[in-house]
Design a binder for this molecule. Sequence first.
Ligand SMILES: Cc1ncc(COP(=O)(O)O)c(C=O)c1O
Length: 349
Amino acid sequence: MPEGFLKPALAGFQPYLPGEQPPDGEDWVKLNTNESPLPPSPRVVEAIRQAADDSLRLYPSPTAAPARIAIAKHLGLQPDQVTLGNGGDELIEMCFRAFAGAGDRVAYPTPTYPLLDPLCRIHEVEPSTHPTELPWELPPSLGPDPAALKFIVNPNSPTGAFFARAAIEAVVVASAGVVVIDEAYVDFAPHSALSLLPSHQNLLLLRTFSKSYGLAGMRIGFAIGSRGLISALDSVKDSYNLDRLAIVAAKAAIEDEDHHRRIVSAVIEGRDFLIQELTAMKFDLVPPAANFVFTKPPANADHVASALRERRILVRHYDREPIAGWLRITVGTRQQHERLIVALKEILS
Ligand SMILES: Cc1ncc(COP(=O)(O)O)c(C=O)c1O
């Protein structure tokens, strides 16, 4: 849309730019958007097939009830402690709607998920950013910040670093507002902040089916927290934010824990292989706790990313400081890693 039509508060607006999605079926090695290298559970695919029938003429459950109940059961929570979204991204946006009004502060450590900056602009809130000195340590200034809403992505993206539970809890305790821990990548990390939920009414966790369940294409995420926070999110959500196919997919996915475990183990094994190969090629690495590695090549990162793209290999490169020299590479299949390594050796020779 021409900028002239945007509301004045969005003058000069820089939207979030998702990673490149080449057309399906082309021979790309796609390691740029942290999708699962393995497909979803066959039980999910079958559930979607079964649900694709005449009932599609009817609206879905506005509360995504079957999925909510299944997720709550899986996590040992009550259904009113869970709500779902059209991907984790929609839940992040719902947090802005529910917890931060125009002029409020929204705080987060940087660098982190680049969706937060444009959401601050859209909701006319003041971003309160806290630069991270060491990727795996939360900035001490984050806890005392009087923001209405705080986000901590853990493990963080794009760095892949994991913040210790005690550091997370210290921020939650020091905060009067809502603290959201975005756990999109937590299944690949040592542990979640789930055990903190019963003792903190202002803590909300966000999860997604896009990474460790192989369902990025279905757009399903969920939030868990106190009844008060969940009902606040429910009160601002779109009426039917999950479609019928997404609801059955979410239920089937959470109920197939064996398949989920298989994806997680394969990714962790692949990550170890990638770390070993990149270290041997003199890449710097942040110790990764997610399904990607954040790595500094021994050459210009922009050049390396472009040269990989010429070979139909996509990785993520951010052209902004302080991460301009770094690449984020999603853990893929063994075959994809082999193509990546051959290409990197060629580019760096
Ligand atoms: C940190 C972080 N949070 C949330 C998401 C949202 O994922 P989705 O909207 O696919 O559930 C992503 C996706 O890449 C992410 O990196």
